[in-house]
Design a protein around this ligand. Sequence first.
Ligand code: ADP
Ligand code: ADP
Ligand code: ZN
Ligand code: ZN
Length: 755
Amino acid sequence: MSEIKDEIILRGLKEHNLRNVDLNIPKEKIIVFTGLSGSGKSSVVFDTLARESRRQMILNYPHYVRYQMPRYERPDADLMQNLSPVVVVEQRLIGGNSRSTVGTYMDINPLIRLLFSRIGKPSIGTASDFLSQSSFGRCPECSGFGEVIAPDLNKMIDYDKSLRDYAVKFKPLSPSGWQGNWMMTCGLFDPDKPIKDYPEEKRRLLLYGPPEGEKVNAPFHTKNGPQKHDWDGLLPRFTRLYINRDISKLKGVTQDDVIAVSTRSLCPTCQGSGLNPKVLACRINGLNIAAYDQLELTELLEELKKIKDPLGEYIALQAIPHIKQLVEMGLGYLSLSRKMGTLSGGEAQRVKIARHLGSSLNNITYIFDEPSAGLHPEEVDLLIQMLKRIKAQHNTVIVIEHNLSVIKVADEIIEMGPGAGVNGGEVVYQGKLQGLKDSPTATALNHKLKINKNPRDIKDYFTINRVSNNNLKNISVNIPKNVLVSMCGVSGSGKSSLMLEAFTKRYPETIMVGQGGIGISNRSTLATYMGIMDDIRAIFSKETGQPAGLFSFNTSGACSICKGKGVLTPDVAFADPVTIPCEACGGTRYSDEALSYRYQDKNIVEILDLTIDEAIHYFKIPKIIKRVQTLKDVGLGYLTLGQTTSSLSGGETQRLKLASHLQKEGQIYLLDEPSLGLHTEDNEKLLDVFQNLVNRGNSVIIIEHNLNFIAASDWVIELGPGGGKQGGQIILEGTPEEMLHAETLTAKWLKDGVR
Ligand code: ADP
Ligand code: ADP
Ligand code: ZN
Ligand code: ZN
């Protein structure tokens, strides 16, 4: 009996492509799910295990609370037992514009505020008075935003133009508004003379108004004759009417109009902290709370250790372990104030994990989705230590991973397969590393790196001169054209700063394949995403004489019962949500009329059910064949034309994006970690795609940690030596073969891989 409790029991799993999968997952172990992209890993881990655990957790709450919580549908499975609460650590986090900082995300800031409120000298009040959003704590000048907006004459005035020609680019002060007309007719200013030709004194009067203490009359003409009016100067007027005032109540001016002729700058009163001078006067050992926020974490740790007051020491001791955690993960150079959205992928990944390590809960199932993403092989070792620590705190660690180092440390490996999509959905192996054979993962583990011994000749370069955005140290670099280039280096070394910012700014024609998703509309399918659907509808229309819209489930072809959704979701209060296939159309989303027409013996639904592999032979139209072939090239031959893009696995999405970019004939392709979500075997296919692109004369540059890609490149550029401040330099440029004689971190791992 007690033995059963130590395992999560799953029987008859059928979500997506799963074929009646049975699994026993041991608790308090590290379990790695691996297998080709699309084999069914997420369907087991996220769509069955995590969803059922969350669903059952919610069942523990009373109805009236449950009503406000997310509702989860019961996964398609016969039995799911012995689950524990799950914590999912997602792969990519938090949108780039998120306001959260390292300090808020790690929950360290409340402790720091408490500390200042108790032992800061002079202390001013309660912990919440140290918040820039509080009525006491906010800076009076910038209202807590930390930034002020100041008018910028160079943006507001076109000195080559006259007033009548709209020299003033801010609409309410231009001839479009009464104020602009007043300026032209008051007799002080020549409305037809370019501003640059005004004598110095006139120009100063126009822009800044009369000298202090003087008054200048600028009559305002009404139908009752001129009225006396003082001229105050464009700049003072603009500041008084549009900056020092809540303009949201004015008509015809928006915040954006004002910002367009202004510059934002750091608030001079609070230096960007958003805090009141009284709050900033409160110090501990000479430092105020804004300084604490800006300190590098290593320095912050030292400051906290200096605190000897017993109450202060007690509070500091609460914060220290969290900060230590970050420092130990190599993030000591960050500060509490750093915005989460500006962290590099690998940095963000580690902050997320650190947050969970600080937790004292146990008997949790932690689920990590490819935690090695964005990490250099060297950093993967750190990651593994952390996973082991989470397990040691009596938790179950489930990891979806392709990284071989992580696979090697698993207590138990579960490989899904044998293929992807309809060819997958089974457990092909469960057990220890030693027993793994005859599978894609076994092959990958035995695979030795193949160094490219015949790199292509380099004839020309893209040149980037002296860049210093983010951590880059004023570097210049030549990136070879028309070959395959890998850009590598530890996380935070500056790869994205160099390529995604500096390079794309200089070479805007670059086709960027980044990491974002592709939208979650469940009306978008492979066929619509690739632009094939329009051609298919056109064929049907031509063949049948019916309007093309009849062959779309988004318009007139939609089933009238489900409105083209294919499913119905009856909303029963308090009950679990259920989705049932629409009986009227049998889930096809189409109306009977649309289905009654055929092209080459198939109706529209039968065509959308074709796999990519089948579609290549079915269609005779070159334009369609070309697009379908691109999908096959990136290894998606097993998907159907009609599969929704929202249902694709991460690795499939990544490749679909690539395919859609491949059909635009570009010349420079830049890819951010294309191996993400892909198994070693998938990577080989992708590499072929890149080689073909280069053979056709394109330049392909990839940001990658994966050694298979690096070894196969024609040229490698490594940034480093460390992350953050310690990075930002080019530490290696050369062929993979030359790397075998180099001493950098990546070179070390490459040498290891060929042994
Ligand atoms: P993995 O995590 O191994 O990459 P997934 O479990 O995400 O794979 O997906 C397994 C297969 O099931 C993929 O081919 C995917 O396209 C397919 N799939 C996922 N969701 C749906 C769905 N709602 N409808 C149809 N197919 C789906
Ligand atoms: P990589 O791509 O090599 O992982 P990045 O180029 O993303 O590294 O980041 C290089 C360094 O610059 C990192 O320490 C990162 O935190 C920092 N950085 C990136 N963006 C910003 C930003 N907007 N503000 C401040 N620092 C940044
Ligand atoms: Zn301020
Ligand atoms: Zn229907």
